[in-house]
Ligand binder design. Structure first.
Ligand code: SF4
Length: 75
């Protein structure tokens, strides 16, 4: 089992979408509408927040049929 990130580490990570695999099903947007949105170019994008709602994003990651959402850590 993966060790849980500290609160500070959690606030530094953000969800990222591998766009080449995204099929624009909008499931992530349903799971976390504040974080995932369709941009004007027609791609799913991640809103720019300092911290993300952990449970909602985890739900989006679990639900994405293309498995193309993952956490990345800002450096
Ligand atoms: S759930 Fe996955 S495949 Fe569907 S729109 Fe979101 S990122 Fe793309």
């Amino acid at each position: 089992m993966r060790p849980r990130a500290s609160k500070e580490e959690e606030s530094m990570r953000r969800p990222e979408i591998e766009l080449s695999r995204c099929i624009l099903c909008e499931v992530c947007q349903s799971a976390s509408p504040s974080v995932f949105r369709l941009n004007s170019a027609g791609y799913m994008e991640v809103a720019d927040f300092d911290a993300y709602p952990e449970e909602e994003v985890e739900e989006a990651i679990r639900s994405c049929p293309s498995r193309c959402i993952s956490w990345v850590t800002d450096t």
